[in-house]
Write a protein that binds this ligand. Structure first.
Ligand SMILES: [Zn+2]
Length: 178
């Protein structure tokens, strides 16, 4: 079975978006751990190692990409939560590098299924050729922006352990034919 590697966006010292006393890193790390724990028997899952010995964000990102490339999965999925200044934006999107055309149908399945099951807006697959992780990992990779941390309604609906497991099920169904 294909090797799927899960990773949380950001780092404990560089936690990404922060809203409502919540940090993006903490939520997506929990999501990865819950999915890994509950779906590792159904999928060939790995999870990116922690690095507590980080000097700065750029060297951490380089370390992470080297680690991913050594692990050499068939697909790397990095979990993030989206944010916008108005607090009104909502929904799910999946970012891919257009260089890896083969991953686009998988990303479409994931975003469509995620929106359908979690019941939030489908913002579609977004092609980005300017993101470090998508540009430097040698494998198929995608960034899964599950919902908006800046949107109170989405946070109140989705920031729960049981929703992490729903996301795991979404992933399992979307990747089944990958
Ligand atoms: Zn992020």
């Amino acid at each position: 079975m294909d090797k799927i590697l899960l990773g949380a966006g950001h780092h404990p010292n560089y936690p990404g978006a922060c809203y409502f006393n919540l940090r993006e890193y903490d939520i997506v790390k929990r999501m990865c751990l819950n999915i890994f724990t509950n779906f590792k028997d159904k999928m060939n899952l790995g999870i990116v190692a922690d690095n507590t010995n980080v000097k700065d964000y750029n060297s951490f990102m380089k370390w992470k990409v080297d680690w991913i490339n050594k692990y050499n999965p068939d697909l790397y999925i990095e979990f993030h939560l989206n944010a916008d200044a108005s607090g009104l934006a909502n929904g799910v999107e999946v970012l891919v590098n257009p260089k890896f055309a083969g991953v686009i149908p998988v990303a479409e399945k994931l975003v469509n299924f995620s929106s359908l099951i979690l019941g939030n807006k489908n913002r579609g697959v977004v092609k980005r050729d300017d993101l470090y992780v998508l540009n430097t990992t040698k494998c198929n990779s995608m960034i899964y922006e599950v919902y908006f941390l800046s949107n109170k309604k989405e946070v109140d609906t989705y920031n729960f352990n049981y929703v992490d497991n729903v996301v795991g099920w979404v992933l399992y169904r979307a990747l089944k034919s990958f």
